[in-house]
Design a protein around this ligand. Structure first.
Ligand SMILES: Cc1cc2nc3c(=O)[nH]c(=O)nc-3n(C[C@H](O)[C@H](O)[C@H](O)COP(=O)(O)O)c2cc1C
Length: 207
């Protein structure tokens, strides 16, 4: 499969936020940014995640394209349910995909480089699946709740309270512009932040 064909599956030039599914025996899902530039595609996976361990071991995964805020937020902080996954064969392996994504593209890792904090890999598309898909206008409530989730992962990593202000500002937009699914995703995110706060501040709530 050519990199240029990825346009048809929603993975365009720039950074595409997808849900990466990996792990043959225990499927795992997490939001990851795919970097497409000059007809090549890359990922950077930070150490410490299940995704990092799975991709390091199997060197194969699926990138699932979806605009569902609940899938994004749930997979950021915990795993999805078994029934959210289905499997696709590739060279006698069985690759987990998300059942309810618009499209899924299977990638293998080509050139892997390890640094202290992360691994980066050039990734090669091997095949793709397109499901029923309805067009969706840009919704600022959706983009804002995804942005808040990125700040939340950084808050978890650093404990820096500045991220809490950024999250609040993002979620203001979500409550103003989002639909019910975006607002439900925001609620889950706020509950997760409360949990993270307890660990960040050594068991004390930072408020
Ligand atoms: C929109 C979005 C994009 C993300 N992109 C990346 C990424 O490119 N690389 C990475 O290592 N983590 C990224 N993360 C953070 C991981 O999703 C997060 O650490 C997650 O908890 C890992 O889950 P896992 O342990 O189940 O793999 C991103 C998070 C969000 C919300």
């Amino acid at each position: 499969m050519e990199v240029s064909e990825l346009d048809k599956y929603g993975i365009c030039d720039g950074i595409s936020e997808i849900i990466l599914t990996s792990g043959m025996k225990n499927p795992n899902a997490a939001p990851i940014g795919l970097i497409r530039k000059d007809n090549r595609v890359f990922i950077r996976l930070y150490r410490g995640s299940t995704t990092y361990e799975n991709v390091k071991q199997d060197e194969v995964f699926a990138a699932n394209v979806t605009c569902d805020p609940l899938l994004f937020i749930k997979s950021t902080f915990s795993n999805l349910e078994d029934e959210d996954f289905k499997y696709h064969p590739l060279n006698s392996k069985s690759i987990p995909l998300l059942k309810n994504s618009a499209t899924s593209v299977i990638f293998i890792c080509d050139e892997i480089k390890h640094t202290k904090q992360a691994m980066t890999a050039e990734i090669i598309p091997m095949g793709a699946v397109a499901n029923d898909y309805l067009p969706r206008a840009i919704n600022r409530g959706l983009t804002a709740v995804i942005e808040a989730a990125v700040h939340a992962t950084r808050y978890k990593l650093t404990g820096n309270n500045e991220f809490l202000d950024l999250i609040d500002r993002c979620l203001e937009t979500t409550y103003k512009c989002g639909g019910q699914r975006e607002k439900d995703a925001a609620e889950i995110l706020l509950n997760e932040i409360d949990e993270i706060k307890k660990h960040v501040d050594g068991g004390k709530d930072t408020e």
